[in-house]
Design a protein around this ligand. Structure first.
Ligand SMILES: CCCCCCCCCCCCC/C=C/[C@@H](O)[C@H](CO)NC(=O)CCCCCCCCCCCCCCC
Ligand SMILES: Nc1ncnc2c1ncn2[C@@H]1O[C@H](COP(=O)(O)OP(=O)(O)OP(=O)(O)O)[C@@H](O)[C@H]1O
Ligand SMILES: [Ca+2]
Length: 544
């Protein structure tokens, strides 16, 4: 390697054997890349060029060349050619990552040692990579393939990357959550969950809950400033919806997720806390849905045996029942964030809007102890009859809806998009649903409103009436549905909140978004060359 002043050795350039030819291989430690180039002029079918950021090198290993490889070209003269294999992230279409490998041969041991040492040094310098992970596998999530997926697709990659693991196969619901309150968490560089959104939710509750407990924060206080959780969670998708994985990586694919964990990616995530009467209920990172998604989930729980199909079955059933619910929503608009839910651009890796929120959060932490102006900020109140009330902290894109419930929602901007779908005809509601799967704007309907909020509260008409002691008993005599108007679909019972795929017991809730409360082994969805809608600073500036 060439030396720079100060003893830095940023560049190693050698001619190494690859296949049957000699290639020019460069390791540029300063700029952080490894490249190999066929030095033959392009018209002789050479000129190929490969380039890998060193942050995306997975491992390097000594390699024994096989008989066939040894007997070609100049390597056949050597008793034992010295070869090494570099494993790296190979980016495929649709955000899919694969483990690529390339084997280089060196003319002598000295050159081999030089390369091995330089590459190993570079790998050791990747400080954000995990070395020791705690893994929870839900053997019953999704299509019940969690254990197989982990053993066949993920564990071999972790061992290639020299990551050691403690693996827990869960034996009951909440096993992972309970366990996280007991383990010596400081031993680990991250926690991995193999399963779906429900399994992720368990691990998140365990980690955030543990963090608050250790810091003496009372989770039942809805206004308590929660302590950020710096231990990252990796999601190996093996569930039914895998919305959190899809929305943060761009695909639900176990190998891709394992590689994001190995390279030590970090994606902060907003978390909403949900309370009822000063009692903590749950945290949410994806969907908090009342009405359509609440009823779909409640019905689907009885059909777990159907696997992922249960959501389509119960979704269709709920669609046909066409129930709407009356209630009051009060919310505080998110004025601190630059974007809006109607933006054409989406949150992508390195998102400028999320970075801005991160800076604001750091300033807030510095000013902690000074007066908090939050409570003085305005509340908007909306009363109405709703088919669905959805609050999403992220786009909620998933294989069922690749652009999600709110395509412009941000992963880490400290806000949620509150989507109110008012009472409308079945046909209109179907048109709304269909737009989750095509390119048209799902908010461009007179019966749909969307707001970017930092907190909200909901009370159903039924509980308001209960509280004001209005003839509830009289109403109950009508049974669950309005018998006077069989066709009107009005429902005097409450719906249920769907909180990241789990039902909540209370319909009256108070929700608050906590900016970047936790972190994932992910980097957000990467911009593609054809992804013109990705955020850049200039596009934000134009919108100001
Ligand atoms: C005509 C086709 C329209 C299709 C519209 C599809 C929209 C799908 C939007 C999915 C949004 C998922 C949000 C993520 C929520 C997760 O935290 C949670 C836990 O995993 N998953 C669910 O609650 C699982 C929720 C799954 C809901 C599935 C709903 C399926 C609706 C089917 C309606 C059919 C009407 C057809 C009439 C002819
Ligand atoms: N060993 C177990 N036995 C029964 N339930 C479990 C076990 N381990 C975890 N669970 C629970 O199973 C629930 C569902 O699991 P998971 O999220 O992995 O799959 P899913 O519901 O099919 O997928 P999705 O949440 O993506 O729709 C979780 O809420 C979790 O608490
Ligand atoms: Ca958000």
């Amino acid at each position: 390697m060439e030396e720079l002043p100060g003893g830095r050795r940023p560049r190693l350039v050698s001619t190494l054997g690859l296949g049957q030819r000699s290639w020019e291989v460069t390791l540029d430690a300063e700029r952080g890349w490894l490249a190999w180039r066929d030095p033959r002029p392009p018209r002789r079918r050479g000129g190929e060029n490969y380039f890998v950021p060193t942050s995306e090198i997975i491992a390097v290993e000594e390699t024994e060349l096989n008989e066939k490889q040894r007997n070609i070209g100049r390597w056949q003269k050597m008793a034992k050619p010295h070869a090494f294999t570099v494993y790296y992230v190979k980016k495929d279409r649709n955000h899919r990552w694969r483990c690529g490998d390339v084997t280089f041969s060196c003319v002598d041991e000295y050159l081999y040692d030089q390369w091995m040492q330089a590459l190993k040094q570079l790998l050791e310098m990747q400080r954000s990579r995990p070395k020791h992970l705690l893994v929870y596998i839900n053997p019953y999530g999704g299509k019940r393939q969690g254990k197989r997926i982990y053993e066949q697709k993920v564990a071999p990659l972790f061992s290639l990357a020299s990551i050691s693991t403690d693996v827990v196969i869960t034996e009951y619901a909440n096993h992972a959550k309970d366990n996280l309150f007991e383990v010596n968490i400081n031993k680990y560089d991250g926690v991995v969950c193999v399963g779906g959104d429900g399994m992720f939710s368990e691990v998140m509750h365990g980690l955030i809950g543990r963090m608050q407990k250790d810091s003496g924060i009372d989770q039942n206080n809805p206004k308590a400033p929660l302590v950020q959780c710096n231990i990252r969670i990796g999601i190996i998708p093996a569930g039914s919806t895998d919305c959190i994985c899809y929305s943060t990586v761009g695909i639900s694919d176990p190998v891709t997720s394992a590689l994001h964990i190995i390279v030590g990616d970090c994606q902060p995530l907003d978390v909403s806390s949900v309370h009822h009467n000063n009692t903590f209920l749950k945290y949410s990172v994806s969907l908090l849905g009342y009405g359509f998604y609440g009823d779909t989930l409640k019905d689907s729980e009885k059909k777990r045996w159907m696997g992922p199909m249960r959501y389509d079955y119960s979704g269709l059933k709920t669609f046909l029942s066409h129930h709407y619910y009356e209630g009051t929503i009060s919310f505080q608009p998110a004025k601190h964030t630059l974007g809006s839910p109607r933006d054409k651009d989406s949150c992508r890796t390195g998102c400028y809007i999320c970075k801005k929120s991160e800076q604001q959060l750091a300033e807030q932490h510095k000013e902690r102890g000074l007066k908090h102006e939050e409570d003085e900020e305005e509340w908007k109140v909306i009363k109405g009859k709703f088919l669905a009330i959805n609050s999403v902290n992220m786009s909620c894109s998933c294989p069922r809806s690749p652009k999600g419930l709110s395509p412009a929602a941000h992963l880490a901007d400290g806000s949620a998009d509150l989507i109110l779908v008012r009472k409308c005809s079945r046909l209109d509601f179907l048109r709304y649903l269909v737009r989750h799967r095509n390119q048209h704007d799902q908010f461009d309907f007179s019966f749909v409103d969307v707001y970017r909020v930092k907190s909200f509260q909901f009370t159903s008409k039924l509980s308001e009436d209960n509280e004001s002691n209005v003839t509830v008993i009289g109403k109950k005599r009508f049974g669950q549905f309005c018998r006077d108007h069989p066709a009107c679909c009005c429902n005097i019972a409450n719906s249920t909140w769907n909180c990241d795929g789990e039902t909540l017991d209370s319909s009256a809730i108070e929700v608050r978004v906590h900016c970047q409360l936790m972190k994932l082994f992910a980097r957000g969805i990467e911009k593609n060359c054809n992804d013109e809608a990705a955020y850049s600073q200039s596009s934000v500036e134009q919108s100001l």
